[in-house]
Unconditional design. Structure first.
Length: 157
């Protein structure tokens, strides 16, 4: 990823050629059809792995609508095929929020106009997108990665 990358597009789907034009490139020599819709996913924020998700990722999620599950299946498939897995580790210094903290964060975001579509204590797509919009509006890198550090000024803990 280029140093000047616009993180506001994280989570959006764009043709592979558009991602390449923005400077997002694959590490391995992988052929990507220029017109294939790919989603940029940063499961651990800007300091973790950067993934371009193909439509196959959504197919895996039909069985179990968990991104973590789909990532595990994808990585297992790569390993079985003799391919390498993630090239960058999760930032180990970051700590997740408790379920109660997530619920409180969701309520606070929604009350501030960043609708999370409910307060269920689960960090899903709607919560990440609301948090990403809040980050963009408040001088943080809008990667949507919710941790004790990234949410502390919003939640006040």
């Amino acid at each position: 990823m280029p140093a000047s990358f616009d993180y506001s597009v994280v989570g959006s789907k764009q043709p592979a050629a558009r991602w390449a034009a923005m400077g997002v490139d694959t590490i391995a020599d992988v052929y990507l059809d220029a017109n294939t819709q790919m989603e940029l996913w940063l499961p651990a924020g800007k300091d973790g792995p950067v993934l371009l998700l193909s439509p196959n990722f959504d197919v895996i999620k039909v069985y179990n609508n968990s991104s973590s599950y789909a990532l595990g299946v994808s990585l297992l498939g790569k390993t079985i095929n003799g391919q390498s897995g993630l090239q960058k580790s999760w930032p180990r210094y970051e700590r997740p929020l408790s379920t109660t903290q997530v619920t409180n964060l969701q309520r606070r975001l929604t009350s501030m106009g960043y609708d999370t579509k409910g307060a269920d204590g689960i960090v899903g797509t709607n919560t990440r997108m609301a948090f990403q919009r809040w980050q963009a509006d408040n001088g943080q890198t809008p990667d949507g990665f919710i941790t004790q550090n990234s949410a502390s000024s919003l939640a006040g803990w």
